[in-house]
Design a binder for this molecule. Structure first.
Ligand code: NAD
Length: 500
């Protein structure tokens, strides 16, 4: 990694004088010290940022990244998608092992070594973050560790942990700084008793009672982990449903499945406060529609009420970079902000806060900056809840089609009628296909079931190619596979499913 450039003074409160570069840089140049200069500097090496950097390097752009964490990979690899999937996998195996006897496999009851499970998780995280470091090096991308601030158009200042500063010059800047946990007013997250997703991945013992605030993706995934490991889990949700934004029928069925697994739900409940007690917390909530307050005792409270774009310290104010009414960096269809040479992608801009959406935007913006035609099809972005069974969806929900006044046909097929699911005894859930009533074009696919997160990609590819439900139904599917349920749901659009 290039070292600090001598002669660059540390940050001054309120920013450097505008003349700083003009005064200092020529002097530095005359001493043979020139600031590092790039075609593109990417701020943030989450899935959006590092992918953008790699694509830019592939296209011949001299590229650098700046990352404030020690390891690359952002929230997703360090404290999000990857560690949560490690714990979801391990806890699922733990729960599954209790049913081995049903398969004729004799093992004694599984025991839990949580510390070992946490190291298993960390090894997975380290393997992935090291992989990103390797890819950056392989693509000859300079990586700077420190906090980036956009000093001016074409200039990024990096403040390292030791307080030293470097000024980098660049033709283009990409903001890929991601998002941060949404906090509830008056509720302090100590990451021990009151935790965010980060703390919920690090618990040192299984809580007796975990109360989750928010029935979104994080609440249900991490709630699943701790329930499988032995916690009683209560989810308190402001709305009268779980998984807002998902197809309502899917959400309702999924809630039933989770309740069967032991989740308790308090819907239409607004959390008004948390008071820490000796070794836990008392949570107070009241009906969202108004009414008397109630309390619940918890050992650990997980606050999972969404995420907010992270723009802190970037200096966007003084550059005049426009934000929208939700604090997201405003961009046009080319990911350009209102300031020439500054682009943004991922959680920090509008759209679903999903790693793969950020990755696709990263590729597209790199191609645009390199003078090519990058694009993202926002109509076909899959989303997956990695519980068991999984919930996966792509395209429009029934509610969205109704709101848009689009007439549609529905084809549904339950996993209870799928041979492979039956033999595996994983029959909870169904596949649901929504197709345009006039053209039969597939507009949305929603799956609850085993492997839903993999199965959804058949639908995504079909939709990317503008397939009709008939196209999906005519495609030969291997037997016996879970994917046959997708084909049968496509047949069901025209009421001609075979196994139902
Ligand atoms: P979310 O937006 O998915 O869900 C938050 C939930 O909290 C909502 O249901 C909301 O109604 C509820 N809520 C808000 N304020 C409340 C209050 N005061 N009391 C009770 N309930 C309240 O947010 P999340 O689950 O925190 O996830 C954050 C982001 O990360 C999301 O955009 C999500 O898509 C993304 N994420 C995705 C995955 C995945 O794709 N598997 C996994 C984790 C996170």
């Amino acid at each position: 990694m290039p070292g600090p450039v001598p002669g660059i003074p540390p940050s001054m409160p309120g920013g450097r004088p505008k003349t700083w570069m003009a005064e200092i840089c020529p002097a530095m140049t005359s001493k043979g010290i020139t600031p590092m200069s790039y075609d593109l500097i990417v701020i943030g090496t989450g899935p959006g940022g590092y992918v953008a950097a790699i694509r830019a390097a592939q296209l011949g752009l001299k590229t650098a990244v700046v990352e404030k964490r020690k390891a690359h990979g952002g929230t997703c690899l360090n404290v999000g998608c990857i560690p949560s999937k490690a714990l979801l996998h391990a806890s699922h195996m733990f729960e599954d092992a209790k049913h081995f006897a049903d398969l004729g496999i004799g093992v004694s009851a599984p025991t839990l070594d949580l510390q070992k499970m946490q190291s298993f998780k960390q090894e997975g995280v380290d393997g992935n973050t090291k992989g990103v470091e390797f890819l950056l090096k392989k693509n000859k991308i300079d990586a700077f560790h420190g906090i980036a601030r956009i000093a001016a158009v074409g200039q990024v200042e990096v403040t390292s942990e030791d307080g030293s500063n470097q000024l980098l010059e660049t033709k283009n800047i990409l903001i890929a700084t991601g998002s941060d946990v949404t906090r509830l007013p008056g509720i302090e997250i100590d990451e021990k008793v009151v935790v965010s997703s980060t703390g919920a991945l690090e618990l040192e013992s299984v809580p007796k009672h975990l109360v989750v605030i928010g029935a979104g993706v994080i609440g249900l995934e991490l709630g699943s982990v701790w329930r499988r490991l032995g916690a009683e889990v209560t989810v308190v949700e402001y709305l009268d449903r779980i998984l807002p934004g998902m197809d309502a029928e899917v959400a309702k069925n999924f809630q039933r499945i989770l309740s069967k697994q032991g989740f308790a739900f308090k819907l239409g409940a607004k959390v008004t406060g948390i008071e820490k007690t000796g070794n836990g917390a008392t949570l107070t909530y009241e009906p969202a529609a108004g009414g008397a307050a109630e309390t619940i005792e918890a050992d650990v409270v997980l606050v999972a009420v969404g995420r907010v774009p992270y723009t802190q310290g970037l200096g966007l104010d003084h550059l005049g970079v426009q934000l929208d009414n939700r604090g997201r960096v405003q961009t046009d269809e080319h990911f350009a902000t209102n300031v020439t040479g500054i682009y943004a992608i991922g959680d920090v801009i509008a759209g679903p806060m999903l790693a793969h959406k950020a990755e696709d935007e990263g590729v597209a913006v790199a191609e645009i900056i390199a003078g090519k035609a990058g694009h993202v099809n926002y109509d076909v972005i899959p989303s997956v809840v990695y519980t068991f069974p999984e919930v996966a969806s792509v395209g429009k929900t029934e509610e969205e089609l109704k709101a848009a006044g689009i007439a549609y046909n529905v084809g549904k097929f339950p996993f209870t009628a799928n041979g492979r699911a039956k033999v595996n005894r994983t029959t909870d859930g169904f596949v649901k296909i929504l197709a345009d009533a006039a053209t039969d074009k597939v507009l949305g696919v929603h799956i609850i079931g085993p492997e839903a997160g993999n199965l959804i990609h058949e639908a995504a590819i079909a939709m990317e190619f503008g397939a009709s439900s008939e196209d999906m139904a005519r495609t030969c599917h291997a037997h016996p596979t879970l994917a046959e349920a997708v084909k049968e749901a496509a047949l069901a659009v025209e009421k001609r499913a075979i196994h139902m």
